[in-house]
Design a protein around this ligand. Structure first.
Ligand SMILES: NC(=O)c1ccc[n+]([C@@H]2O[C@H](COP(=O)([O-])OP(=O)(O)OC[C@H]3O[C@@H](n4cnc5c(N)ncnc54)[C@H](OP(=O)(O)O)[C@@H]3O)[C@@H](O)[C@H]2O)c1
Length: 334
């Protein structure tokens, strides 16, 4: 489905944490109009719509899919449910921007990509980190050769999620665990700067039900580059990272998914490096650039967004599958 208008009419699916955090940003995005919200319960949808001023409230997903005045869905529900909801939306001819991780397996993501192509609609995982001004600047610095050839990525994300915290962290069917929730960022970051690894090693702890508590991942690349990534839902890991190249380095200030600062250092030893400290403003809560990019791609009639195409989502999921396989082997050997 392509639209001839200059605005994409969005519906938000889910009325939880991320829906509340992103609604203001979707409204700040000039090519977006929020026209509907959908919940599993009519009264929840009604309450959310009344509180936020959204025009139409659906307590039934099929009813939302039947609304011809909705172009695109922003799906903000627990990861384990993304595949089912995205599949139904794509079949109904709706464009889909779905929260991370897009699906639980690479095969599911391939299936969604095929469905989107069959139905001529847009599909994208909401990897907002890549659209932030600081990450765009880091990409520009790498492309201009400021830090030479990228050879090393280090990244961490973690905090002790309370046992009575959001269920998506703790319930296997909802996609529980550190890797799906946080590892998707650190692996996407490594993929952004180093590409596709040829080796994946991991060490960590996974529960019997498949929920992983923490892991350290080492990705190896044909160039000799390495990524060291650590994620956790049981202890703190500073949400920061760095990128090392043959001619310099970039340190990503906190938080990793929307760095407020970059420290860029470059030069040739033994001369001390030139250091630049850069600061970045967020647009809204930080999601505006991603919503804008998704909207622009939809309005251009494209099926994917060039900076975060489905091929990347699929490759990141493949890496996550290999990490999970290693954690399962370690768990079963204990
Ligand atoms: N980009 C970011 O910064 C960011 C931050 C946090 C989370 N996320 C992502 O956003 C997604 C949702 O996270 P969240 O923190 O918003 O989760 P949440 O608050 O636990 O759930 C969001 C909403 O999903 C709906 N829902 C819950 N269980 C469901 C089920 N079994 N089937 C269908 N719908 C269900 C509920 O809405 P109704 O009751 O209205 O149906 C709930 O309020 C996750 O994939 C997460 O990775 C992204």
């Amino acid at each position: 489905m392509t639209t001839t208008k200059s605005v994409v009419r969005w519906a938000i699916v889910g009325t939880g944490g991320i829906a509340r955090r992103t609604l203001g940003d979707l409204r700040l995005t000039e090519n977006a109009e929020v026209v509907a919200v959908c919940s599993r319960k009519q009264e929840t949808a009604d309450a959310f719509a009344a509180e936020t001023g959204i025009g139409r409230a659906y307590g039934d997903f099929d009813a939302l899919l039947g609304d011809d005045d909705v172009d695109a869905l922003y799906i903000g529900i627990p990861h384990g449910k993304h595949f089912e909801y995205a599949q139904r939306a794509l079949r109904a001819g709706k464009h889909v921007l779905c929260e991370k991780p897009l699906t639980m397996t690479a095969d599911e993501a391939r299936e969604l990509q095929a469905l989107a192509r069959e139905n001529g609609v847009f599909l994208m995982e909401a990897m907002w980190m890549k659209y932030t001004p600081s990450m765009r600047k880091a990409l520009e610095l790498v492309e201009s050769g400021t830090i030479g050839e990228p050879r090393f990525v280090q990244a961490g994300l973690g905090y002790p999620v309370p046992a009575d915290g959001p269920q998506r962290f703790w319930v296997a069917e909802l996609g529980g665990g550190a890797l799906f929730d946080m590892g998707v960022y650190t692996i996407a970051l490594a993929h952004l700067f180093l590409g596709t690894p040829d080796s994946v090693r991991a060490s960590g702890v996974m529960r019997a039900d498949g929920v992983d508590l923490y892991e350290s991942v080492i990705l190896g690349y044909p160039s000799g580059a390495q990524a060291q990534l650590t994620t956790s839902i049981t202890f703190w890991i500073p949400p920061a990272g760095s990128l090392g190249g043959t001619g310099g380095s970039i340190s990503f200030g906190e938080p990793l998914f929307s760095p407020a600062t970059l420290r860029v250092a470059y030069g040739t030893p033994p001369t001390p490096p030139t250091v630049e400290n850069l600061e970045f403003e967020k647009e809204g809560a930080g999601y505006v650039p991603m919503f804008r990019a998704a909207g622009e791609a939809i309005l251009r009639g494209e099926l994917e967004e060039p900076l975060h195409p489905m091929s990347v989502t699929i490759e990141v999921l493949e890496i996550m599958e290999r990490v999970r396989d290693e954690l399962i082997l370690q768990r079963d050997a204990r």
